[in-house]
Design a protein around this ligand. Structure first.
Ligand code: MN
Length: 91
């Protein structure tokens, strides 16, 4: 494992990101992914949150949830986002 401080300089160059999490995401998985997406966007990055599966409807209140991609229902689109991403983050 390498220190996270080695990673910080890489954030200075805007890039495309995919953020994903465990299947059937719960509030912590979806919320932390959406929070990271917002932070990255404010730093000038382009970030897409892709869930491996659908999620419980009661989480749809979360800001940005309507832009989360369900991999199972939008597989081709998800794969294109993954292929074009410079970084992939598993939250
Ligand atoms: Mn969880």
């Amino acid at each position: 494992m390498r220190p996270i401080s080695e990673f910080y300089p890489k954030l200075s160059t805007p890039a495309k990101w995919v953020i994903t999490m465990h299947q059937k995401p719960d509030a912590d998985a979806l919320g932390s992914s959406l929070g990271l997406k917002t932070a990255l966007q404010r730093m000038g990055h382009e970030a897409t949150v892709i869930s491996p599966t659908n999620w419980p409807g009661f989480l749809n209140w979360m800001p940005g949830c309507s832009q989360v991609i369900d991999f199972e229902s939008r597989r081709a689109f998800s794969e294109s986002k993954i292929l074009e991403a410079r970084w992939c983050f598993l939250s």
